[in-house]
Design a protein around this ligand. Sequence first.
Ligand SMILES: [Zn+2]
Length: 230
Amino acid sequence: MGRIVCRFYALGWGPPSSNFAEASLVSAWAQPEPRRCPTCNSVERARAHPLRFEWEPPFRPVGDFVWPFLSIFPLVARSIGERLLDGFAGAQLMPAEAVPRRGTIRQQKAAAARELCEFFVTHEIGSVSGPGVTEATCMSCGQRVYRFEGISRRESRLWTTPAAEVNFKTRIVKRDPLGGIHVRSDALNGATFFRIGAERSPVLCTEPFLERLSAVGPTNIEALEWGDVI
Ligand SMILES: [Zn+2]
């Protein structure tokens, strides 16, 4: 293994105790019905803009970041996104459109003041290595499929008390210092933000972004350590 340049992190919603408005993805794709490989579940499709989403009831305050369910495409309030991205490469703000939905009018009005954009990652890395990476090629479609181990993640636990109340606790499982993923610095080519494969990973960022993140201090975002840039 080469010299470690810096760490890199996955960005996601959180911490889970925060109680912000939630949304679902309506469409992000050029084709309305993307073709999915029956074996590996990977999708053959091209992104289209604007990303369309809808709010989920009940009414809640809109965080600086919104993470539509089951999607890896986050939304960010424009003013916050501009401050976060200034001077960094690998992502840009793209238009996002809320699709009106019955029962969420109050939410739509509250959100309109925030002017949400998509936090769109433009830099993709085709291949990665490292002790936590298992790579396979799908026999059906030929797509490269990764499994990642030893990365930092949030673990949730649900249990019921004797009084029949449901409790929910989460904790961060730290990255295994000998595990995780290695990304080559020349593959980043100066980018701060990137994904591994087109739609295979969440938004990833290199360590220098964490300082900006803590200076701007947006709500509803969490960074978990995934590996090293070497
Ligand atoms: Zn496949």
